[in-house]
Write a protein that binds this ligand. Structure first.
Ligand code: PLP
Length: 394
């Protein structure tokens, strides 16, 4: 089998992305020569501090925020945890949190933890396209609601929630709103001022930066209580900053911003070409997600009478990477909670795979995938295996 990472057909860009060579380049001096601590006062340290300042401006610019509103963290999960814990701790009389049934595990697990600590969690349902009805959110808002926390873009289906409509409702009731923007930032234009959100999480490894660096946007009018205490990041996140990775995140944000609309268009064209080809060549295939309001790069398809685990294994032999099932917990065999919340039965979930496209995919790769996938599905349909889906890196 071919084990060269550069030659795989990588259709799993919602799990993580290949580091952009320009990001790698930008990071290298900060790993090799420029080893100063950004809190040190001598010039070696001051250079690191100003590199972080520059990255903060780049990240802020991607989402039209003020640089002072950006807090660097270690991952999207940390950003999400920090926002939720901060809002939850603001007022002891406010112990109600609203979220949805299709959130990432970082939100799900923290809400479960908070429920054990006495918080009441309202988990809003979604419809069969994974879409949320803002009216249900309006009905769930209460005087003791501490926070509404929900996705912008769903990592499994790409379905986009109507954030502007949602923020109109939360702002009218003065309830803080945290958006998990990890999958959307860098793939679609976003302006936090127009969105009207109080917190927004984003993560580097979803936008061609290495894993282990992320950011939280905290609106300047929002009070913020840090979870990881220390003097760095203006006392909003303790820990000596990961200078090289932060520089990388800044570069990744600048690259994304420089060709966001064209890139979204060309990736959507690849995705649509792929999706239409498979819908035409594999009878009974269905799309999971809201096709009218969806990330440009995501295609979640339900194939009839196959087990996604088996499909993944056969595609791996053809060096095609994609995902099945759900959850960050590799080895988990639970069906996707997202597809379940959309009301699908186990057979449909078992046959569902997520394909997510990115900057480095080519038309030739899509053509190869469109030839291989129907062949693999047909082979498995003839064998009619049974089993459960495997875990998907989210
Ligand atoms: N939120 C969403 C929607 C995600 O897809 C992910 C990715 O795993 C995360 C949060 C967590 O981000 P990170 O892997 O940086 O912790």
């Amino acid at each position: 089998m071919n084990t060269d990472p550069q030659s795989v057909i990588y259709l799993d860009n919602n799990a993580t992305t290949q580091v952009d060579p320009a990001v790698f380049e930008a990071m290298t001096p900060w790993l090799r020569d420029e080893y100063g601590n950004p809190s040190s006062v001598y010039s070696l340290g001051r250079r690191a501090a100003s590199a972080i300042d520059h990255a903060r401006e780049q990240v802020a610019s991607l989402i039209s925020a003020a640089p002072s509103e950006i807090v660097f963290t270690s991952c999207g999960s940390e950003s999400i945890n920090s926002a939720i814990l901060s809002a939850a701790s603001l007022d002891p009389d406010k112990t109600h949190i609203i979220t949805t049934a299709v959130e990432h595990s970082a939100t799900v697990k923290l809400c479960e933890h908070l429920a054990r600590r006495g918080y009441e969690i309202t988990s809003l349902p979604v419809d069969s396209t994974g879409q949320l009805d803002p009216e249900r959110l309006a009905q769930a808002l209460r005087p003791d609601t501490a926070l509404v926390t929900l996705l912008w873009a769903n990592n499994e289906t790409g379905t986009l929630f109507p954030i502007k409509e949602i923020s109109r409702l939360t702002n009218a009731k003065k309830v803080p709103l945290h958006i998990d923007g990890v999958q959307g930032v860098g793939k679609l234009p976003l302006n936090v001022n127009e969105l009207g959100t109080q917190f927004l999480s984003l993560s580097g490894h979803k936008l061609h930066c290495p894993k282990g660096v992320a950011a939280l946007h905290v609106n300047k009018r929002m009070r913020f209580t840090p979870w990881l205490r220390g003097s760095q990041e203006n006392s909003r996140r303790g820990g000596t900053q990961n200078v090289a990775s932060i520089v990388g995140l800044g570069q990744a944000a600048a690259l994304a911003a420089s060709h966001l609309t064209e890139e979204a268009g060309s990736i959507a064209a690849l995705r649509d070409r792929f999706e239409n080809a498979l819908l035409a060549s594999i009878p009974g295939t269905e799309v999971n997600g809201d096709r009218a309001h969806r990330l440009p790069n995501t295609s979640n398809l339900a194939f009839p009478q196959v087990d996604s685990e088996a499909v993944l294994m056969l595609l791996d032999e053809e060096t095609i990477c994609c995902s099945a099932g759900s959850a960050c917990t590799s080895g988990s065999v639970h069906p996707s909670h997202v597809l379940k919340a959309m009301g699908f039965d186990n057979d449909r979930i078992r046959g569902s795979l997520r394909f997510s496209f990115g900057r480095f995919n080519t038309t030739a790769q899509i053509e190869t995938a469109c030839e291989a996938i129907p062949r693999v599905i047909a082979k498995l349909q003839q064998l009619r295996p049974s089993g459960s889906p495997v875990a998907m890196a989210s």
